[in-house]
Write a protein that binds this ligand. Structure first.
Ligand SMILES: [Zn+2]
Ligand SMILES: [Zn+2]
Length: 127
């Protein structure tokens, strides 16, 4: 494949500089937000781990536009999504297990000795 040279104009270089600066700024802002968990309350409401919640600050994510359904990995109840970006848990199971709704990680990204199993009865909040 052969590509023509880029247009070396002030406008193009300015655009690239702006895009690069925006990318770097968003990485730094996201890193600061993760370090302090600055959006903790909102993150808890959405049942997302730090990775899934703050990753959304970097990009909207790459997902297909097809409506998709997927059963919750714990209770098996079918969940419906507006795109192919599906979650592994329903909201109730995410809350009950303190796992990320989207990816199933520990909400605070702590490695656990034991992990919840499918269809287990609701456990005490501090087990
Ligand atoms: Zn569930
Ligand atoms: Zn997650």
């Amino acid at each position: 494949m052969i590509r023509p040279p880029a247009n070396m104009t002030a406008q193009e270089m300015g655009r690239s500089t702006k895009a690069g600066r925006d990318f770097v700024d968003s990485i730094i802002a996201t890193a600061k937000a993760i370090a302090t968990d600055s959006d903790h309350q909102h993150r808890m409401q959405k049942c997302l781990c730090k990775a899934c919640h703050y990753r959304s600050m970097l990009s909207a994510g790459v997902a297909g536009a097809a409506c998709t359904s997927r059963p919750c990995m714990r209770c098996g109840q079918n969940q419906h999504y507006a795109s192919t970006a599906t979650d592994v848990l329903c909201a109730d199971c995410a809350k009950a297990t303190d796992l990320c709704k989207k990816c199933g990680a520990d909400m605070e990204l702590r490695m656990r000795q034991t992990w919840p199993v499918p269809n287990e009865p609701k456990t005490s909040p501090d087990d």
